[in-house]
Design a protein around this ligand. Structure first.
Ligand SMILES: C[S@@+](CC[C@H](N)C(=O)[O-])C[C@H]1O[C@@H](n2cnc3c(N)ncnc32)[C@H](O)[C@@H]1O
Length: 333
């Protein structure tokens, strides 16, 4: 790959980087081929990680050491994700740390500099080029301004929820998920042996299911490593059995194998409005359900999922609706 084929963020990261024999590439897998023979890399999304060979993978949230002080990274849109990641890098990199963090200007805010300044004394921005900008972080602080431990811990309906910074709602309860959980008894009544939390985030739905259904097998899937690890930590904190799968949709599960799929699906990937991943997830739900199994789904009222589920999966009933969210139950025809 040459610089001409790079997107503007990647191009600026490379142009602004200090000389280094090897680089640790975080969240921008397209940069791995440019990062040197000894480069290591990580991406939270398993679909992006597939492009990184196993020998090069190094997760900053679990790594015990690092081989280079130079990091090229994509700026996460979530400030909590940025805080947890920079805290991990602060612990790993040492005094020569130099992080070149890129993003599209429209997705960047001054608050990102403030978060970085908790961990690094030198935080400065490049000039914008083709709607992209990089931030440089170096000179690790002697005493960082730590605002709390990651993963965070919270209590929801008497259950302990644990979450990494990049997870939807961190350790909180989304209002849509809360409306869905109002129907926990009805959901539980549909389960004979197997239930799946599709897009599990912090594991709040899985934990409620495993607590309510101690004899059922509860699966939880997500494309995000941080989500799957949070769900594992949530289950562990409550001594519940949840089988986690770091995968796209339900690709780890066989056809016709589960009684119920429960989901609060995403309506965008990253920052791009895009329904395609949700449509693929709902198609996968239909695939793994046994005939007569059900999908319980919560979504923003403006989204067309009831008619889509009716058309592609089976008879669909609205079970609840408030000013913002709708909950549906669909029976697999
Ligand atoms: C709206 S959040 C819901 C999280 C959690 N279930 C809750 O209710 O708080 C949607 C989740 O779906 C995950 N997700 C997005 N695309 C996915 C895909 N293709 N396969 C599996 N999970 C996906 C996201 O990472 C995110 O954790």
């Amino acid at each position: 790959m040459d610089a001409a084929t790079l997107d503007p963020v990647d191009e600026l990261i490379v142009a602004e980087s200090p000389q280094a024999e090897a680089v640790w590439v975080l969240g921008r897998p397209g940069l791995v081929p440019l990062a040197g023979e000894h480069a290591t890399a990580w991406s939270d999304d398993c679909r992006d990680l597939a492009a990184i060979s196993e020998g090069r993978r190094r997760n900053p949230l679990t790594a015990k050491d690092c081989t280079t002080p130079v990091v090229w990274m994509g700026l996460p849109t979530s400030l909590d994700a940025l805080d947890e990641l920079l805290g991990a890098l602060w612990r790993l990199l040492g005094p020569d740390a130099h992080i070149v963090a890129g993003g599209r200007i429209k997705h960047m805010s001054r608050s990102m500099n403030d978060v970085a300044a908790r961990w690094f004394d030198d935080v400065h921005a490049s000039l914008g080029v083709r709607k992209a900008r990089v931030l440089h972080f170096s000179s690790p602080r002697q005493r960082p301004a730590i605002t709390g431990e990651w993963p965070r811990t919270n209590t929801v309906n008497g259950l302990t929820i644990r979450a990494h910074g990049g997870v939807f709602h961190t350790a909180g309860l989304d209002a849509g998920t809360s409306l869905l959980l109002d129907h926990l008894d009805a959901i539980a009544a549909d389960v004979t042996t197997e239930v799946v939390d599709l897009g599990c985030g912090n594991g709040v739905i899985s934990a409620h299911l495993a607590h309510r259904l101690p004899h059922a097998t509860v699966h939880a899937t997500d494309v995000s490593w941080q989500a799957v690890d949070s769900t594992r930590l949530t289950a562990e904190a409550n001594r519940l059995r949840v089988i986690t799968h770091w995968c796209d949709g339900l690709s780890d599960l066989p056809d016709g194998s589960v009684d119920v799929v429960v989901t609060n699906p995403p309506f965008h990937r990253g920052s791009a409005q895009d329904h395609a991943p949700t449509l693929a997830m709902l198609a996968d739900a239909a695939r793994v359900l046994r005939p007569g199994g059900t999908v319980w789904c919560v979504y923003n009222n403006h989204l067309p999922w009831a008619s889509h589920l009716r058309r592609t999966v089976g008879p669909t009933r609205q079970m609840a609706r408030n000013r913002q969210y709708t909950v549906t139950r669909t029976v697999r025809a």
